[in-house]
Design a protein around this ligand. Sequence first.
Ligand code: TMP
Length: 208
Amino acid sequence: MNKFITFEGIDACGKTTQINLLSDFLKLKKNKNLIVREPGGTQISEKIRNILLDNNNNISDETETLLFLSARSQLINEIIIKNINKNNFTLCDRYIDSTIAYQGYGRGLSLDKIQTLNSFATGDIKPDLTFILDIEVSESIIRLGGEKDRMEESGMEFLEKVRYGYQNLAKTSEDRFRFIKCMNRDIKDINDEIIHNVKDFYKGALDE
Ligand code: TMP
């Protein structure tokens, strides 16, 4: 058990809000936890994030994939492994499944190759739990509003493929996935479902 939890979903699905709420819950119970985001979380990874999200950059799908993987590799080596070794919780806003959903299902690159690259970049470190927050694409577009970064500009059809990717991931045999339906639901209600899952999974390992 690595006390490593990731949050996934299409753009503007509410990940950041839910991560902050889970972090508050854990802190209240004196469980130390660190929030990190992808791409980002280290100086180098934040620089890579700027390249990836800059609208002025014309990036090939393969380059895009490798940049996400480079940012991930730096984050895992510089921050996440150390935090796991301290036995603290790590709450990560996106991780390996984002590349499967966005570059695999969204851009149409080989899922097998992405799995191999993910495994290389992370040393096969997987989260204990992965919450996939599901909203409809039309809702995502409304929430995103007018100004979009390079990834958000990929459009509705792209996001539909990404959402489908997440739905498929949730159906795989890996039992770390928790698929949370978030349409027309209160933030608090979603938070309760997440906390219920965390309590259930970590049982003895959680200070309550
Ligand atoms: P964010 O908006 O959740 O911070 O994520 C930045 C964007 O990067 C978002 O549109 C999803 C995208 N992304 C990928 O396409 N592949 C990845 O592997 C990751 C981590 C993010």
